[in-house]
Structures are given as structure tokens and as C-alpha cells.
Design a protein. Sequence first.
Length: 102
Amino acid sequence: MNVAKGEVWVYKDSKDGKNKSGIIVGNAGTTLIEVSSVSSPPKKAYDIFLESWEEIGLLKPSVAHCFKLNQFKKDDLIFKVGVLNVTDIDKISKTIKKYVIG
């Protein structure tokens, strides 16, 4: 199975066994960040509102949690939801760099 940066997947979190949404952010396709639906604007500095949530195929307005970097195995991926647009990918990449580098 091939995965690419910017893809949104439903995956099984090996830590708690729950199915979650995540965005592939690593070039090697083994790192993702969690995504969750929201009813209000993001409150944390490293949360990015996904402007293209409907285009992606998410059911509700959603936020990417750029501070929740997780390693995964490709066997953990359940199904692909969609692909982020370039604007959202750029915002997430810049925010992750800010979080990691400071």
C-alpha cells in the first residue's frame, strides 16, 4: 500500500485501539497527526482548522493537531478519506516546523 504526504486516513491507534482520523505528514509515510471534528475555532497554537474539510470528505468541520505526531504501521491504516489541498498542507507543514524547532 502506498501512502503520501497530505492524505487523510482513518487508522487504528495502537495506543488505545480506537479508530481515528489522521493526516500523513512524513515523507516516508510513517508519521501522521491526529484530526478531530470541532464545533468552535481552534484554541491551541498548534491546531490548524482544515478549510477544505468538506472537499477532503470529512463529515464535520475539523482541526489538525500539529502537536500530536504519531508513528504508525501501514497495517494500522483502515481507509483513505481524501487528500488535503495545497493551502492546508502548507499551513500544517509550517506549524509542525514551528512546533518541532520552536
